[in-house]
Ligand binder design. Sequence first.
Ligand SMILES: Cc1cc2nc3c(=O)[nH]c(=O)nc-3n(C[C@H](O)[C@H](O)[C@H](O)COP(=O)(O)OP(=O)(O)OC[C@H]3O[C@@H](n4cnc5c(N)ncnc54)[C@H](O)[C@@H]3O)c2cc1C
Ligand SMILES: NC(=O)c1ccc[n+]([C@@H]2O[C@H](COP(=O)([O-])OP(=O)(O)OC[C@H]3O[C@@H](n4cnc5c(N)ncnc54)[C@H](O)[C@@H]3O)[C@@H](O)[C@H]2O)c1
Length: 446
Amino acid sequence: MKYDIIVIGFGKAGKTLAAKAGALGKKVALIERSPQMYGGTCINIGCIPTKRLVTAAKEAQFVNNNVEGDYYTLSIQTKDKLITALRAKNLGMLKDNPNIDVIDGVGYFLDKNSVEILTADGSKCLIDGDTIVINTGSKEADAPFEVKSDIAYTSSEILNLKTLPKHLVIVGNGFIGLEFASMFAGFGSKVTIVGRGKFMKNEDDDVANSVKEALVAQGIEILEDCNISSLMGRGLNFSQGGMSKSIIADAFLLAMGRKAVTEGLNLDKVGVKIDEKGNIVVNEFLQTDTPNIYAVGDVRGGELFTYTSLDDFRIVFDKIFGKGERSTKNRAIHANTLFTQTPLAKVGLSQKEATALGKDIKILKLSMSAVPGAKVVNHDIGMLKAIVDNKSGEILGAAFHCIYAHEIINEVAIAMNFKANAGFFKNQIFTHPSISEALNDLFGQF
Ligand SMILES: Cc1cc2nc3c(=O)[nH]c(=O)nc-3n(C[C@H](O)[C@H](O)[C@H](O)COP(=O)(O)OP(=O)(O)OC[C@H]3O[C@@H](n4cnc5c(N)ncnc54)[C@H](O)[C@@H]3O)c2cc1C
Ligand SMILES: NC(=O)c1ccc[n+]([C@@H]2O[C@H](COP(=O)([O-])OP(=O)(O)OC[C@H]3O[C@@H](n4cnc5c(N)ncnc54)[C@H](O)[C@@H]3O)[C@@H](O)[C@H]2O)c1
């Protein structure tokens, strides 16, 4: 069978490209190895289930478990219903178009225009394509220490835990570690985070401290500078400050980063290179060294977010069907958010980064306790921080640790794309009472 485009993996970029190309009348094949992963990581084991559960965990404090049933178990069921519906919707979005074939099985290259698919029953089929897009995502990095425990979970596995662990120990204090810590603590688990360095060492100290205080206020124990030697049965063994220690727990979450899924693709057969970290090497148009083969989403390394995968779709679509003007070099300024109960959202440079670049900066800060809108929604934890050019007021970066941070940071990102400066926010008329209106006071300090 011959296709215009073959996509390997049902990720954000690939499924969007398949849908748009199919709508243009192109013949498209999308290969997915597991029907449980139709729609990819985001909707099945990533953003959507985790953010649904972070929200449910916030509600947990208002629920009487004796009356309503165990809220954690109910929340897992609600999450399962949600992702099942999204999976069906994602499949329908492609299958309803006769130009698109969704093929179940594991895809791998035979040559630069041919992909073989190994299906669950052991049979194989061969398809050919002019353009081939690798969108195989990432998976949990292996632990660099011995793990012999049947209560050690990856983030995907722990999302299916039916009963709430009394004590959860989380290894890793990155995005996944902190979000799951905040989530499980909200549901009522005792949570201990075991990190190998200083807590959020890449962040500005005031920002890291604000997040730390909020997590500690949730009852979370944070251990820093730990060197883990093994996880055996119910015990995690590590050294801290020269002392050997161990913690006994009911469940362990291992969240030490993610790595690109490339094994078995036969990349060496088709001249596609991977770098020292295991990511596929691409140019600014996401083309590999074999120009008809693209790599999009987590598998190309760099930023591992659903919205950067979506932007990869825009770049590849523009390269194939448009003017080829979009590239990773001209991606719009965009934010990211750590979804703890009080989220931390950031855009642009931190104070540390701006200082390291030798910028002449002014720091603007506002405590959320001074924001009426935060009082109204009964969540005045945290702070707003902006880094601006000392002379022009150009906004260089912002870090918001506050309720709705994941929403208001987008206002700043858009403003930065339009080169608006501090004066713009100082004088903007916002609805009242709101969190956005705090930007009047924050940027009014310039
Ligand atoms: C717990 C967690 C929470 C997250 N939260 C957020 C968040 O809040 N916001 C955010 O922006 N990002 C979040 N992310 C990151 C985000 O989910 C990923 O960056 C994004 O989903 C990556 O999508 P992708 O396009 O790379 O492909 P994926 O969605 O990962 O899809 C890859 C697909 O390829 C399939 N596949 C792999 N190999 C083959 C093969 N050989 N043949 C056929 N199929 C194959 C896989 O089964 C999978 O379905 C989170 C990630 C995790 C793990
Ligand atoms: N809200 C979001 O957008 C969101 C949420 C979850 C995940 N993600 C994406 O998924 C990616 C993966 O998340 P992640 O949390 O696994 O990775 P991460 O890179 O964010 O954090 C990994 C953490 O593990 C720690 N670590 C590594 N080895 C260790 C060891 N031996 N002992 C103790 N700690 C160790 C690191 O110090 C780091 O803090 C993120 O980088 C992000 O791009 C995004």
